[in-house]
Design a protein around this ligand. Structure first.
Ligand SMILES: Cc1cc2nc3c(=O)[nH]c(=O)nc-3n(C[C@H](O)[C@H](O)[C@H](O)COP(=O)(O)OP(=O)(O)OC[C@H]3O[C@@H](n4cnc5c(N)ncnc54)[C@H](O)[C@@H]3O)c2cc1C
Length: 446
């Protein structure tokens, strides 16, 4: 493995240097601005940062730049996430990614501490996820998934209604077939603390974090009969309004819900004669999270997931709940306003049915965020695009991304460094399935 790694770096570095010679002189340059980098990452949310983290950890001499248009992350999905983590998925890859992240978070200071810095504490609470089976159909799905989770050594248990009642006396078990509970490595952490810790470490490792918006890519024709286009330059607009061109050997699209839009700058999703005519199917989808108080303060709930999609968990002394809307209910994505009527309409009836004490809840807050939604099959797109041999995507996690970021970033860094996955094989979740119109479904999406 070490040999393969060395080989790849050698090839890549020589690539960088030979290209550097022919780079045209940049019209605008500042002294502290690197105009040539080995890897340029477009988007500095959790996916972009983790990709940078693993690249530098494995190859310290690599020059890596992250371009993030808003260093305050006001509308970034990562910050607006619930920070939930579970191994209860149907795809082996997802169980593995989440398990990897849980182990990473459990030993977070081994990875993310910096000399003389405060220790990292992302407030990881292993309260579990409880998936409820209310019909034969949901029971079968949960049992099938349970098998896969067990094969991946996830700590999950099937609990009969009696056992559920014993463990969660506040839960109405009427009509339940059983529940599936994650007893280790499942729960939640603080997304803001997580992002901040990864960012601090990445900068410490020498990644150049730049507040700048990617506004275009420079495509060059190779000429000849092949008529291919290549991309080794990006145009960015810095926070003080300057426009610059930066040359890179490898590029990573990690722009969250804006990845579809960014991909169009690379002609992906435009009427070309080649495979770029298929778009990057990632767009924003608004999701509401409601915070509610309940008079009964004795309830301590894991993340309880009803087959209707309504899910809730304890959050400090209160609770939060969420639900992905049906396709005909999708809220508009022009803003992040919250539709408070959605709680009464879609959340409360299910909540009150499942927990009697929730009949008397009061909504005390709410927020919304954009899912990085892949409308093709609601799963991540990770890996190289077949058209561009030096461009990689890590996007479209559709609501289950933050918990997979540590593992996904590692996997992508391996693909960039070694040209193949070394730890978790994510080939199945690459571009090929999009181009061949063969969706890969995850049956445990909430
Ligand atoms: C309400 C809600 C709850 C969620 N709950 C969970 C959960 O419990 N568990 C879970 O695992 N996941 C959850 N998610 C999903 C998870 O948060 C995302 O999958 C993940 O954070 C995506 O990370 P990202 O880095 O791809 O995107 P982002 O965090 O959006 O980062 C992308 C970055 O790219 C930047 N960018 C975009 N365009 C450009 C450009 N042109 N130039 C420069 N920068 C650019 C953006 O500013 C942004 O900071 C939730 C999401 C939402 C909305």
């Amino acid at each position: 493995m070490f040999f393969a790694f060395k080989k790849r770096i050698f090839l890549k570095s020589s690539n960088v240097f030979s290209k550097t010679k022919s780079f045209r002189k940049l019209s605008i340059q500042t002294n502290n601005f690197n105009s040539n980098v080995d890897v340029a990452i477009f988007g500095g949310g959790i996916m972009g940062l983790f990709t940078g983290f693993w690249l530098k950890r494995q190859s310290p001499s690599l020059s890596v730049m992250v371009f993030e248009k808003d260093s305050k992350y006001k509308n970034s999905t990562t910050i607006l996430s619930c920070g939930g983590i579970r191994q209860q998925f149907s795809l082996k890859e997802h169980v593995q990614l989440s398990k990897f992240s849980a182990e990473f978070i459990s030993a977070i200071n081994d990875y993310l501490s910096v000399p003389n810095g405060e220790p990292v504490d992302v407030q990881f609470r292993e309260d579990g996820y409880l998936f409820l089976a209310t019909s034969e159909e949901s029971a079968n799905t949960i049992l099938e998934n349970h098998k896969i989770q067990k094969e991946c050594n996830a700590c999950v248990e099937i609990l009969t209604p009696d056992k559920l009642k014993e463990r969660f006396p506040w839960l109405n078990t009427d009509g339940l077939h059983f529940g599936s509970l994650g007893v280790k490595h499942e729960g939640c952490f603080d997304p803001h603390l997580y992002l901040t810790a990864v960012k601090r470490k990445v900068i410490h490792l020498g990644v150049k974090y730049t507040e700048a918006e990617v506004i275009d890519f420079v495509l060059k024709s190779t000429g000849g009969s092949e008529k291919k286009e290549t991309c080794n330059s990006v145009i960015i607009k810095t926070s003080n309004g300057e426009t610059k061109e930066v040359n890179f050997s490898f590029g990573v699209i990690a722009a969250g819900y804006e990845s579809g839009r960014l991909s169009r700058l690379l002609k992906i999703g435009t009427p070309t004669e080649d495979c770029r005519k298929v778009c990057c199917p990632v767009e924003p989808r608004k999701r509401f999270i409601f915070v509610f108080a309940c008079p009964d303060k004795s309830i301590k709930a894991p993340m309880v997931v009803d087959p209707t999609g309504v899910h809730f968990r304890s959050e400090s002394k209160n609770f939060i709940s969420g639900k992905s809307p049906a396709s005909w209910e999708e809220p508009d994505t022009n803003n992040l306003d919250v539709d408070y009527t959605y709680f009464d309409k879609a959340h409360w009836p299910i909540l009150a049915k499942r927990v009697q004490a929730f009949e008397a809840v009061k909504v005390i807050g709410a927020w919304s965020g954009f899912y990085d939604y892949n409308y093709f099959d609601e799963n991540e797109i990770i890996g190289k695009h077949p058209y561009y041999s030096n461009l990689f995507w890590i996007t479209g996690f559709s609501g289950h991304g933050i918990q997979m970021a540590a593992g996904a970033g590692k996997a992508l860094s391996e693909l960039i460094l070694y040209d193949s996955y070394q730890s978790i094989d994510l080939t199945k979740l690459g571009w090929q399935r999009i181009l061949s119109n063969t969706p890969v479904y995850e049956t445990n999406i909430i």
